[in-house]
Write a protein that binds this ligand. Structure first.
Ligand code: GLU
Ligand code: ZN
Length: 495
């Protein structure tokens, strides 16, 4: 398109089909389009490709919008915001597609194909056996009126096929460079079903043309449809529907476990899982941006604003990207540490109440939470970890974790706990330091270093061997409750 190169003329689109839960591959596509649009002060069009009534659902549509809002990926045209090319749901644009299909046929760019599936399959098998390309053979390109009449008399209803040019198609992919597709590999293809329903192959490029999309950035799985779409664009341009061909950039595959393509069905690909575990939108997007792109050689953690400033589609790598959950978590942990303390405390709220939190709502103590939150902020990988880290504050009795108990309560633990209790009872509880001194001193009496001495205290008080810094935790829990829990542990150990 003539205007593609001018900064504010950039128009990209995110155009998912509302089928099932959004997955991380889809989010990566949305993110790269969004970052590209924002970097160029362009326009992000959000279009819903819901022409497949059997697979699309309103629930999935609502989830898509909700996900985009949660991620903070805003759109300039699309559902709920409208725009000059409305409507942005393809199910509401059916007349447009019917009209374009009719015009394509009139101009000779498309034709009715009466072949049945059985006939197609038979000819495909023959071609394969003879070592010829096995795509559609063009049989119905040149049907006589008599043949058409005969087919109709048999009761056949045709599909509409687009007539591919007989020359190779070459284009420069923004990620992969120059690519050429030869005609044998790109046969004539269906654009309207026998029942009149338009297919993705038609509606997607027609809308990209009508909505004046300048850059199509999408997953590599769609690369094979690009030569078809380019040919269709030429036809649409001739008809005055399109204004040239957009630029294409295909984002690399995302590989999961065992070097297999990450599939929608893999549990780690579901966006809702990340949300429920308490990934921050910024942390998740930061990680997903690294699936094919990098900010700089020595910096993996950055903000969305930094990404927008630096993003260039030319820097996207064509090689498959490997999805690494551990790395995603590490990056998320970094984003958690970077939050304003107040924002962190607020962001944890959902995990401090039912159904995540096992304590009664009235047991929650805001002051205790505010006091402990800073110590948790530096230690969480995902926000949902907060529940287990602070439950000792809000449960009447700490959780019973047998493994922790077995690990920490050794021979001599009873004596150590007794001494520690005594020293803690006499300590100054206005700061964590004297509590540490008390446990240190108790350990010394029994020939134990601090680490060994504090383990039984921690398990007695919090139920677990690992958790937030112990003495800060004791102080927030308070003298009375701490001593009562040590007493209960002593009793369990036989007094
Ligand atoms: N609705 C298509 C999909 O979700 C869009 C493909 C494209 O970006 O062209 O796969
Ligand atoms: Zn045919």
């Amino acid at each position: 398109m003539a205007s593609a190169a001018t900064p504010t003329g950039v128009r990209v689109r995110f155009c998912p089909s509302p089928t099932g839960n959004p997955h991380v591959g889809l989010v990566r596509t949305a993110l790269f389009n969004w970052a590209f649009a924002r970097h160029h002060q362009g326009t992000l069009v959000f279009r819903i490709e819901d022409t497949d009534a059997a697979r699309d659902s309103e629930e999935s549509y609502a989830q898509l919008l909700d996900s985009m809002r949660w991620l903070g990926l805003d759109w300039d045209e699309g559902p709920e915001v409208g725009g000059p090319y409305a409507p942005y749901r393809q199910s509401q644009r059916m007349e447009i597609y019917a009209d374009v299909a009719r015009r394509l046929k009139e101009a000779g760019h498309a034709y009715d194909c009466y072949c049945t599936n059985e006939e197609l399959e038979e000819r495909r098998a023959e071609a394969r056996a003879a070592g010829r390309p096995s795509g559609y053979d063009g049989k119905c390109r040149t049907l006589s009126d008599e043949q058409v009449a005969a087919y109709r008399a048999e009761g056949r209803t045709p599909i509409v096929r687009f007539r591919m040019p007989d020359e190779p198609i070459t284009f420069t992919d923004l990620v992969r460079g120059e690519l050429t597709f030869t005609p044998e590999n790109v046969p004539d293809y269906g654009i309207v079903r026998a029942n009149g329903a338009p297919l993705y192959t038609l509606v997607n490029p027609v809308d990209d043309a009508l909505m004046r999309i300048t850059h199509v950035l999408r997953g590599e799985d769609l690369l094979s449809s690009t030569p078809r779409q380019i040919a269709l664009y030429h036809a649409l341009t001739e008809l005055g529907v399109a204004d040239g061909v957009p630029a294409f950039g295909h984002l690399p595959y995302v590989m999961g476990e065992g070097n297999k393509k990450l599939s929608k069905r893999d549990p780690e690909s579901s966006l809702s899982l990340y949300r429920e575990r308490g990934f921050l939108p910024e942390g998740l997007l930061n990680y997903l941006s690294l699936l094919g792109w990098s900010y700089s050689a020595d910096q993996d953690v950055f903000s969305l604003a930094e990404m927008v400033a630096a993003f260039d589609i030319a820097d996207v790598n064509a090689n498959p990207a490997r999805f690494d959950l551990r790395k995603a978590e590490a990056i998320n942990a970094d984003h958690i540490r970077r939050m304003e303390p107040k924002a962190f405390a607020e962001a944890c709220a959902p995990w401090l109440r039912a159904p995540y939190a096992p304590w009664a709502p009235e047991a929650f103590d805001e002051a205790a939470w505010q006091a402990i939150a800073p110590h948790a902020q530096t230690r969480l990988t995902v926000l949902s970890d907060i529940t287990a880290n602070v439950d000792f504050l809000f449960l009447d009795t700490p959780v019973e974790d047998e493994a922790s108990w077995a690990k920490a309560m050794k021979e001599g633990s009873r004596e150590l706990l007794r001494t520690a209790r005594e020293k803690l009872a006499g300590a100054d509880w206005s700061a964590p330091e004297p509590l540490k001194e008390a446990v240190l001193a108790a350990g010394e009496e029994h020939g134990l270093k601090l680490g060994k001495a504090q383990a039984p205290v921690r398990v007695a008080v919090t139920g677990r061997t690992i958790g937030l810094p112990l003495f800060e935790s004791l102080q927030v829990l308070g003298r009375e409750r701490t001593l009562a829990r040590i007493d209960a542990a002593l009793e369990k150990l036989g007094g």
